[in-house]
Design a protein around this ligand. Structure first.
Ligand code: F6R
Length: 611
């Protein structure tokens, strides 16, 4: 997590840094800070809390911060509580070296002890300060930023991305990354470093994607790269095609609502990216027919909502393509010592492409000789670059911390894989293949149809403003959607919520049901309507308020539910794409009614680059 920036050029650095950090605040907002170099001096302003507080502090100081070269940071705290002193940038004792950091220096205690033996003292509780002072330690011996950085990274363990100023090197910004994202932007007479593209898109579309262990030097309009031995390295410049407007709110009160409304487009674009001449074409994704036929097992590995996508995909792939699928939480998978099937495919799902656990799990799969296919949204992210093959979702930049449109795009990617696997392996015929494709193409319109009724969800959501607990129930694909609905509710509205496979209720969780408690049920699988209905009724007889999201035509709870929301019919394998929408809205409206910061829920960050 943490958002980091660097700038050098002819414009005032503080303006560029503050506006760029606003785009990165989704990565963490425990504190914010900038450092700007001017006439041989580096001035730092930083504070606990949001970027707004920093802007006001700088504005109220009257003179602002002058200078055309600087670095900035927005923090998601790992080591050391959110506080002014632990806010970045951090500096060496005489301000020779000033740095911002994203990641974790795992051996910071050891580094601190070593430096303490050389007379260094420490003023913060951060791991970053140890790294800054280690770089300073080598800088004093080696005399150049490049040599200091190459020495320091030999000692530092963990994941990191540092962006640095060296007081004796005016108009230069340095950076280095390991397992955390960093891109460099090239403008006319100016250059940039940033955690992601959205922060610099208003200034340049020409970017370099740094690889692990790349070292970068910015001068005005010049970007140079070096390897860990200090040798110059060539990198290709890429053109970003994302629309800068896409990263703005576009008239909605929150990014989350804007992104909920972008789902139809995300679904359409993701499907179109693999649909050529009326066929699904996965050739570019490294999946030829022979590879598909040889598969004996699929592992789907992901975290959070991406894991919930995998949970739905498991049912779809197993039922259509008849390939056994294991869905694995990346944080567990990476430490399991399970025997892995060599003829398998690991499908890695991640919006950011930077989630530490997912990345580690993918590397583990690769080390074990398993082919990896990553479903990723952020182009050029680490997972995208390290996977054997890549399926980009076309959701566009997702800003709200709670995912919606990336989730929907990931589902489409999974359906596409399931359908193509099934076709190639002969488990579905041409007629059903064409029918499924037709149904996917109708999803965008159906999603918009649901959104047209969002007012009904807003009204019912208000009932739960003061609720403390909720249950989400489902079976099969509907259980996967219940997990996602429940996560949406708890992460943004702070209403404690649990998802339960409906049949499991009676084995314990049912004791939690109280009068008036929200019990949301998902019902899209015809053969299970009656089963879920019975479980919902068990909750009702204990006082639960039954809210049902059901496919049109499902009448099972028509007289007993307190609120029913019907979604358009589709093939049952694709139902998650529709049933999730009312549940996203429910979480959103409860959070809004509770007057919470929907786009930036407490304690969370968009990109989870720590374990
Ligand atoms: C919840 C949410 C998270 C992410 C999870 C994985 O709304 O967004 O649960 O799904 O942190 O992130 P990615 O997909 O970036 O790997």
């Amino acid at each position: 997590m943490c958002g980091i920036l660097g700038y050098t050029g002819d414009r005032q650095a503080s303006d560029i840094l503050l506006s760029g950090l606003a785009k990165l605040e989704y990565r963490g907002y425990d504190s914010a800070g900038i450092a700007v170099m001017n006439e041989g001096k580096i001035k730092i302003e930083k504070n606990k809390g949001r970027l707004k507080a920093l802007e006001e502090k700088i504005k109220s100081s009257g003179e602002g911060i002058k200078g055309t070269c600087g670095i900035g940071h927005t923090r998601w705290a790992t080591h050391g509580e959110p506080s002014d002193v632990n806010a970045h940038p951090l500096w060496s004792d005489d301000m020779s070296v000033v740095a911002v950091h994203n990641g974790i220096v795992e051996n910071y205690r050891e580094i601190k002890n070593m430096l303490a033996n050389h007379g260094y003292e420490f003023y913060s509780q951060t791991d970053t300060e140890a790294a800054v002072k280690l770089i300073d330690f080598y800088y004093r011996q080696e005399k150049t930023p490049l040599r200091a950085i190459t020495q320091a990274i030999k000692k530092i363990e963990g994941s990191y991305c540092f962006v640095l100023l060296f007081r004796d090197y005016p108009n230069e910004v340095w950076g280095v990354r390991k397992d955390n994202p960093l891109i460099a932007g090239q403008g006319k007479g100016e250059s940039f470093l940033a955690s992601d593209v959205s922060a610099i898109l208003q200034d340049t579309r020409q970017v370099y994607y740094l690889d692990n262990m790349d070292i970068v030097q910015l001068k005005k309009g010049v970007v140079r790269f070096f390897d860990t031995e200090g040798y110059a390295k060539h990198k290709e410049l890429s053109e970003v095609t994302w629309d800068a407007q896409a990263a703005e709110k576009g008239g909605f009160e929150h990014f989350m609502m804007k992104e909920i409304h972008e789902q139809a487009r995300a679904v359409k674009d993701t499907f179109r990216s693999v649909f050529h001449n009326n066929r699904i074409d996965l050739y570019e994704h490294g999946l030829n027919d022979e590879a598909i036929k040889n598969l004996s097992q699929i592992y789907i590995v992901a975290c959070g909502s991406a894991y919930h996508v995998g949970a739905a995909a498991q049912y779809v792939i197993e039922d259509l393509a008849k390939i056994p699928v294991r869905i694995e939480m990346a944080s567990e998978f990476r430490y399991r010592r399970m025997p892995l099937d060599k003829n398998s495919l690991a499908i890695i799902i991640s919006q950011s492409g930077e989630t530490a656990d997912t990345l580690a799990a993918m590397r583990l799969a690769k080390e074990n000789g398993i082919k990896t296919l990553a479903i990723v949204n952020v182009v050029g992210s680490t997972i995208a670059r390290e996977a054997d093959s890549i399926f980009y979702t076309m959701a566009g930049p997702e800003i709200a911390v709670a995912t919606t449109k990336a989730y929907s795009a990931q589902l489409i990617a999974c359906y596409v894989l399931a359908i193509q696997f099934a076709k190639v392996r002969g488990t579905i015929d041409e007629t059903y293949y064409e029918y499924l494709i037709g149904e996917i193409q109708k999803l965008p319109e159906k999603i918009d149809e649901i959104l047209d009724e969002k007012e009904r969800i807003r009204e019912v959501a208000e009932r739960f403003v003061n609720s403390r607990n909720a249950f989400y129930l489902g079976r099969n694909i509907d259980y996967a959607v219940a997990m996602e609905g429940s996560l949406k509710m708890k992460e943004i509205s702070y209403l404690h919520s649990e998802a339960c496979a409906a049949g499991e209720m009676k084995h314990g969780p049912i004791s939690l049901i109280e009068k008036g408690m929200l019990v949301a049920g998902v019902m899209t699988q015809k053969n299970l309507y009656q089963k879920i209905a019975s479980n919902m009724l068990e909750a009702k007889s204990r006082g639960g308020f039954l809210l049902v999201v059901a496919s049109r035509g499902c009448e099972s709870l028509k007289d007993d539910a307190d609120f029913v929301f019907h979604i358009p019919e589709t093939d049952e394998h694709l139902s998650a794409s529709l049933s999730v929408i009312p549940l996203q809205l429910l979480g959103y409206y409860v959070a809004v009614a509770r007057k919470l910061d929907v786009d930036k829920p407490r304690n969370l960050a968009k990109s989870v680059t720590v374990e």
